[in-house]
Design a protein around this ligand. Structure first.
Ligand code: SF4
Length: 258
């Protein structure tokens, strides 16, 4: 659902050109390459209005919601409930809803697909088969259903999160997932150039509520069985799918456009 307090901002269809998504991406990249995260979100909301939604994982990407609120525009937030999140994360979702006066649009996995996986392979198949099959069912398929309703989305991805896969992440890109009516989809990454330290400085400055699991040494927070605390100096990705190759630690939510 949308923010209750902010004013309605219909999509700005006057500029730039909507006919060629690649040209639009290039134009927005030029305009926003050095822009602040808040400016990027403001521009994204101005351009796409209710046809855009912010993806919230229940971790430090809460900062995106804070910036969206600061723009004074109406905004939508969605999240993927995999069914395997920490109890603390579910309570944190409720706290964020209260704090911002919003309702998060939750997407759930397909019941039949989850039942088939668990009956065939058990509750912890990802430990032996790798995480991709489970993530595909519990995260990627629900995400695709959500994205099929949108023309653009906003993520909390940063270049410093995954050395193998995110080092060249742009602030705006064409997404390989199809958008509404099978059309093109744009992805905004307002925090792309920010470091983890930058994000935490901003969370403290804005006094934004954060997931208490961060205080227990968890930096990158996902599903409970696939998240663990990291030691000081360890990369945050060490806390996710630690039994797998570091260069392959993506859940499939973010795919490069062809
Ligand atoms: S993070 Fe783990 S439990 Fe969650 S969907 Fe992926 S493999 Fe499954």
């Amino acid at each position: 659902m949308t923010s209750a307090a902010a004013s309605v901002s219909p999509p700005d269809n006057t500029q730039p050109n909507t006919e060629d998504p690649d040209a639009l991406v290039l134009e927005l990249q030029r305009e926003l390459a050095e822009a602040s995260p808040m400016r990027i979100i403001d521009r994204a909301l101005e351009r796409f209005g209710d046809e855009l939604a912010i993806s919230f994982s229940g971790a430090e990407d809460v900062l995106l919601i804070e910036y969206a609120k600061e723009t004074g525009r109406r905004f939508r937030v969605f999240s993927l409930d995999t069914g395997r999140l920490h109890p603390e994360t579910y309570r944190y979702f409720a706290e964020v809803e209260r704090h911002y006066g919003i309702r998060i649009e939750y997407r759930f996995p397909d019941t039949v697909a989850v039942e088939r996986l668990v009956r065939d392979k058990g509750m912890f198949s990802f430990l032996t088969d790798g995480h991709r099959e489970c993530c595909q069912i519990r995260k990627v398929a629900p995400l695709r259903r959500q994205l099929a309703t949108l023309r653009a989305w906003v993520t909390g991805q940063r270049r410093d999160q995954s050395p193998g896969t995110r080092s060249a992440l742009p602030v705006v890109q064409r997404d390989a997932h199809p958008g509404r009516d099978g059309g093109p989809l744009l992805k905004f990454n307002p925090l792309a150039a920010r470091s983890s330290a930058d994000v935490w400085d901003a969370i403290r400055a804005f006094e934004v509520p954060f997931n208490p699991l961060h205080s227990r040494g968890m930096i990158s927070i996902g599903c409970e069985p696939c998240t663990r605390a990291v030691l000081p100096g360890q990369h945050e990705r060490e806390g996710r799918w630690w039994w797998e190759d570091a260069a392959k630690k993506e859940c499939g939510l973010h795919v490069k456009s062809g």
